[in-house]
Ligand binder design. Structure first.
Ligand code: FAD
Length: 474
């Protein structure tokens, strides 16, 4: 009656419903599938793949303490997975496979095909909603639809919580009796994905102990000031837990629970910082439900179909300048260099740099989405697509097209003394706190720093006109 827990974006032992259920049913083996060709098709970043491998290594130690062997399955493309997984299950006499759902289309298709292939041989396939706060499909409008507006989604989720309480993490599993099966060694690298710099690796220590320590420090030191500090990129005002949530080293439930514990059990009242942070966790949840409910977001389609007709510019030089942090707009360039150096970017800067690309440069949001995915350690289809379509005004509950961020005033407001810009653009260090946001041109231009590649005022008008030219949504 052997059970297989197939680990994917749920690299944890604690609060892992798939693992929990498998252990209740019989002796458990764990597996992880190495699919480098598939990961490349999905634009997964090298630093993210490295993060998975480092977390798997840490997880293997935790699993070993529970007497659960971890096997690795080589299957470059998911199209071959149904037969590879079946073969693995037959070889190890597995009677059921347990997973936590992943919601993008390719992942859903993969699971449906695996379930079918296994089912034909009497092997069960049991998915759980272990990475979500509520099962997608359970938080719906009165008409039975998926919410498209965040505030309404959150209100409805809160109503559920008022009735049934907030979801709480599962207890840590008990060790099983040892099995006569050895674990596979986790590779330190896979072909096609370069090893990131040691400096980047040091920013993102792997393993659940490191993740929980980060969560503890954040809730103790920064949670209550979150509302006031979350938009200031020079401060450590946000949790930097996204990579751990995306890899599933931490669950949303564990984060919610910690924030509630620091707020006398409340989620909608009490500390403004805690309430606001919980709201951000719910944004993650919202985009998971959108991804599960609207397959078109996984297919690179605009959420609002009429925006497919925006006359995006084909401007490879401008795109390259944006990618490399050479646009001549300091806050955008500093943000883009933070991304390349650390695999992460502050949320306010993601919005500023995405608006700059899609509005001031009028370049298709899909170019930005891909670049982010290729470089983010927390790259996540649902959140990344949601963030890009929000910024590009093509998405659900998105920024209205006429509300274009001015990157200079954003910079003045959120990085008032230019500390963040100075850190990432040392060539601007000699400028004063006013000039740092918009360096002088001509004779007094800082050497080694480009002039702006676009005029902010006229490009803003151009973007608004491009959206006004669209046919009205039916
Ligand atoms: P905190 O402020 O501490 O928030 C806690 C957690 O809440 C985050 O870790 C994250 O899981 C969730 N969260 C916060 N804000 C959002 C949001 N707007 N949407 C969804 N979840 C949110 N987030 C990703 O996890 N992966 C991505 O690929 C991603 N791409 C983005 C692209 C764009 C253009 C934009 C505007 C946002 C994107 N985000 C993405 C959302 C957000 O920027 C990051 O989650 C956040 O910056 C992570 O930092 P943190 O852990 O310190 O967040």
């Amino acid at each position: 009656n052997r059970q297989l827990v197939w680990l994917r974006s749920d690299l944890r032992c604690a609060d892992n419903p798939a693992l929990h259920t498998a252990l209740a049913k019989g002796p458990v083996i764990a597996c992880f599938v190495l699919s480098p060709a598939q990961w490349q098709q999905h634009d997964d970043a090298a630093c993210k793949v490295d993060f998975w491998l480092r977390n798997l290594t840490a997880l293997q130690v935790e699993l070993a303490a529970l007497n659960i062997p971890l096997k690795l399955l080589d299957c470059p493309l998911w199209q071959d997975l149904p037969s590879a997984l079946l073969c693995f299950c037959q070889q190890h006499e597995i009677s059921a496979v347990h997973v936590n759902h992943e919601y993008p289309v390719n992942e859903q298709t993969r699971d449906a095909r695996c379930a079918e292939a296994l089912g034909q041989h009497g092997i069960g396939f049991y998915p759980q909603h272990g990475n979500a706060l509520a099962a997608p499909g359970s938080v719906l409008t009165n008409a039975g639809g998926v919410f498209k507006v965040f505030s309404q989604f959150r209100k409805c989720l809160f109503k559920h919580w008022e009735i049934s309480g907030t979801p709480t993490p599962l207890p840590y599993p008990q060790a099983q009796a040892p099995l006569p099966i050895s674990s596979d060694a986790v590779p330190s690298q896979v072909a096609g994905f370069a090893k990131p710099s040691q400096a980047l690796i040091d920013l993102w220590p792997a393993g659940s102990a490191a993740a929980h320590e980060r969560l503890r420090q954040f809730t103790e030191q920064h949670l209550h000031a979150y509302k006031d500090q979350r938009d200031l990129p020079a401060l450590p005002g946000t949790s930097q837990l996204s990579a751990y949530l995306v890899a599933g080293v931490l669950s949303l439930r564990q984060c919610l629970y910690s924030a509630q514990m620091a707020n006398q059990g409340h989620y909608a009242d009490g500390s403004a910082g805690a309430v606001h942070w919980i709201s951000e966790l719910i944004w993650r949840e919202f985009y998971l439900h959108i991804t599960a409910g609207y397959p078109r977001v996984s297919r690179h389609r605009a959420f609002r179909p009429e925006t497919e007709l925006v006359a995006w510019r084909d401007a490879p030089d401008d795109l390259a300048a944006w990618q490399q942090g050479r646009t001549g707009v300091p806050i955008v360039d500093a943000a883009m260099r933070q991304l390349l150096a650390t695999g992460w970017m502050h949320n306010r800067l993601r919005m500023i740099s995405a608006m700059f690309l899609t509005k001031n440069l009028l370049i298709d949001w899909r170019e930005g989405e891909r670049w982010f995915m290729q470089h983010l350690i927390d790259g996540d289809l649902a959140a990344n697509n949601g963030g890009w379509q929000w910024s590009a005004s093509t998405g659900t509950d998105a920024a209205p097209y006429f509300r274009v961020f001015n990157p200079v005033s954003q910079s003045q407001r959120n990085d008032p003394d230019g500390a963040f810009i100075r850190h990432w653009l040392p060539e601007l260090n000699s400028l004063d706190n006013k000039a740092i946001h918009q360096p002088p041109q001509g004779l007094f231009a800082p050497s080694g720093y480009p002039a702006p590649i676009v005029d902010l005022a006229s490009s803003r008008e151009r973007a608004i006109a491009a959206f006004q030219a669209l046919p009205k949504a039916s």
